[in-house]
Ligand binder design. Structure first.
Ligand code: GLC
Length: 509
């Protein structure tokens, strides 16, 4: 049973979902308390942000032990309880693994720093002597994804004898708190296998592989010429190993976070013996433009179709600006975000929703002094805006997110967007999502084939799911347009005298 092929996954950013113990951070019991909400929403699976022990330099994407739960979120028994209850609510559960790097606090990395250059302890990471005078320059010219060089020189050790030139550099494509593992090392690969089995034996339905395209740089770590840091052929062997392990269990899946240059490159990650799904950020970066969105959709469907894999559509996650804000904020931003949700959910394949998008949340404005994201070097770089905690109930302290003091400030504007209020309002964004997900489950059109596009007014598109009567129309132009023939199933905003207004999408049958 390949349940993931058209599943709707709901990404829970654990720190910001629900806090059950008043420490201001979300946690696993908090998620457990909201399973009824998620069932009502109508998603198929939860995909949790990383829950393993971490010093939180990158909010869990820096792991010290991949086979335990950080005490901030709970414990392994709390995880097991969540998993059992999720299954009882008909929800599947996926955990996010971060295999490409560890935390600088991981025992392996501490042992590496405590050991001499050339030691076996260092061989699990990429340690290299520096270039230039006294080795004072990084071993190559690679930048980190977060800015600055991808190399940090090891600190001067306590027993330094003054021979600074022996100090090596270590590679980190993200922050210096996230040293990169060397995937040619047998123990590194064996450890991922142990980790996969650990979570699969506990009963998880799937795993997410973070930065799945970024595990295997060329062994000689050459200077930039193209971009040798990411998307190298050798990585596919790791994914074949992951797949072989998953294939030993029933009904389990792996989804990769894959950000590559072209859909054809993405498709290589979902070949029949590799990952089941790969999620890219292209649609989450696409402007609100019918031709551009159509191009992304067609490119992706053609590429993954060629390898027999389903597409995976994502409009947002914890790394990007929320759709409402990205599309301009205010009523127009919200209208566009709602329209894009109907486009996303009408497409064949799997969909990833990001928590809070079903409430139509804009990014929260986080004052500079309250910023928590490590990547920001100047204000607009921060990813904190899309990580602001969710508003649940405006009659409760902390809007029902926490009884304590929220780890990121919740803006006043979120009070009007609480889930409890939206559940009662048939025009709310939450109601739109619930209706869309219900139709997606029950209407045969959503089991149809690829989109068949038909011509429409400029700035608009319309497609029919092949072999069915289901039509999705998007009006991204600045004028109202007539709807094609058919019964309206759902509209993302009110019609104007029977016409589909700008910034609006509709489903017809
Ligand atoms: C992924 C995560 C991001 C994190 C990075 C490094 O891209 O989505 O939040 O910073 O990996 O682990």
């Amino acid at each position: 049973m390949q349940w993931w092929r058209d599943a709707v996954f709901y990404r829970v950013y654990v720190p910001s979902f629900t806090d059950s113990d008043g420490d201001g951070l979300g946690d696993l019991p908090g998620i457990r308390n909201r399973l009824g909400y998620l069932e009502l929403l109508g998603v198929d699976a939860l995909c949790l942000s990383p829950i393993c022990p971490s010093p939180m330099a990158d909010h869990g994407y820096d792991v010290t032990d991949p086979r335990d739960v950080d005490r901030r979120w709970g414990s392994l028994p709390a995880f097991d309880a969540l998993l059992t209850d999720a299954h009882a609510h008909g929800l599947r559960l996926v955990v996010d693994l971060v295999p490409r790097h560890t935390s600088e606090g991981h025992n392996w990395f501490r042992a590496a720093l405590a050991s001499a250059p050339g030691s076996s302890e260092r061989a699990r990471y990429h340690f290299r002597p520096g270039r230039g005078d006294g080795g004072a320059a990084p071993p190559n010219d690679w930048p980190s994804v977060f800015g600055g060089p991808a190399w940090t020189r090891e600190p001067v050790s306590d027993d330094a004898d003054g021979d600074d030139g022996r100090r090596e550099w270590y590679l980190h494509l993200f922050s210096s708190a996230q040293p990169d593992l060397d995937w040619t090392h047998g123990e590194v690969r064996a450890d991922l296998e142990t980790t996969l089995r650990f979570w699969l034996e506990r009963g998880v339905d799937g795993v997410r592989i973070d930065v799945a395209h970024g595990l295997c740089p060329p062994a000689d770590l050459p200077d930039l010429a193209g971009d040798p840091r990411l998307d190298q052929d050798a990585v596919h062997d790791v994914h074949r190993t992951i797949r072989a392990i998953l294939d030993g269990y029933t009904g389990r899946m792996a989804v990769g976070g894959v950000a590559v240059a072209a859909p054809e490159r993405l498709a290589r990650y979902v070949r029949p013996d590799e990952l089941h799904l790969a999620v890219d950020v292209v649609l989450a970066h696409a402007p609100f433009d019918a031709d551009g969105v159509r191009k992304v959709i067609e490119g992706c469907l053609t590429a993954v179709g060629a390898v027999g894999a389903p597409a995976t559509w994502m409009l947002a996650d914890h790394d990007v600006v929320r759709p409402v804000s990205r599309h301009g904020g205010g009523p127009a931003g919200l209208a566009r975000a709602r329209a894009m949700a109907l486009v996303q959910l009408a497409l064949p394949g799997a969909a990833f929703l990001y928590n809070g998008d079903e409430l139509g949340l804009p990014d929260g404005a986080v004052p500079v002094e309250a910023r928590r994201d490590l990547v920001w070097t100047h204000p607009e770089d921060s990813r904190d805006g899309s990580r602001v905690p969710l508003p649940w109930d405006d009659t409760l302290p902390g809007l029902g997110f926490t009884a304590g003091s929220s780890w990121l400030p919740i803006p006043d504007a979120y009070a009007a967007l609480c889930a409890a209020t939206q559940l009662e309002d048939t025009d709310s964004t939450l109601s739109l999502y619930r209706q869309a997900l219900e139709l997606r489950r029950t209407h045969a059109g959503f089991r149809g084939g690829k989109p068949e596009w038909f011509d429409g007014p400029s700035g608009c598109f319309a497609f029919r799911r092949a072999g069915t009567s289901l039509v999705c129309v998007l009006n991204a132009s600045s004028a109202p347009v007539p709807l094609p023939a058919g019964d309206i199933l759902l509209v993302s905003g009110p019609l104007e005298y029977g016409l589909l207004p700008p910034d609006t999408a509709a489903w017809l049958s």
